[in-house]
Design a protein around this ligand. Structure first.
Ligand code: HEC
Length: 135
């Protein structure tokens, strides 16, 4: 019995460290969000607006985005913008540019930056979760 509990504990501890990285742990860098801002203004702001509020026909990229994607990894969001956006010429931006734009959108949503750049690879291991109450 004791052995079993020790094994269960190790499983839990392992899961806690390896799998629960979230957007609130620093998923992108400030420099990256800066590049993303430029790319956003060139490729997205025409429809989604300079303050990401969208319009009557275009959804906003601020506010509802995080609750909407909660439980998914950043890769889901990145895949969407990489394949469906910019509307009219979808898939036309490079993977690096799409990651930069996503960094900018996170920053605009008050998600804190960190020390590592976001890539299509790291995006897979980072989860959207609702904002923690206090950190
Ligand atoms: C020509 C106008 C246009 C441009 C340019 C454009 N979008 Fe969109 N975007 C839309 C419309 C319209 C929708 C809603 C699409 C739908 O429901 O199928 C949308 C939906 C989205 C969504 C889903 C939002 C949600 O809440 O479901 C994301 C994310 C997004 N766009 C990101 C971007 C990014 C990033 C860029 C720039 C690389 C971009 N869009 C450029 C018009 C545009």
């Amino acid at each position: 019995m004791r052995k079993l509990m020790a094994a269960a504990f190790m499983l839990l501890a392992g899961a806690g460290t390896a799998q629960t990285r979230t957007i609130w742990d620093g998923a992108y860098t400030d420099a990256q969000a800066e590049r993303g801002h430029t790319a956003y203004m060139q490729n997205c702001s025409r429809c989604h607006g300079e303050s990401l509020m969208g319009t009557f026909e275009v959804p906003p990229l601020v506010g509802r985005i995080i609750p909407y994607y909660s439980g998914s990894s950043l890769a889901v969001f990145l895949d969407y913008i990489s394949t469906a956006m910019p509307l009219g010429r979808p898939g036309s931006l490079s993977p690096a540019t799409n990651a930069d734009i996503m960094a900018y959108i996170l920053k605009f949503n008050e998600v804190p930056s960190g020390s590592k750049e976001l890539t299509a690879d790291t995006a897979r291991a980072i989860q959207f979760t609702p904002k923690p109450r206090k950190k």
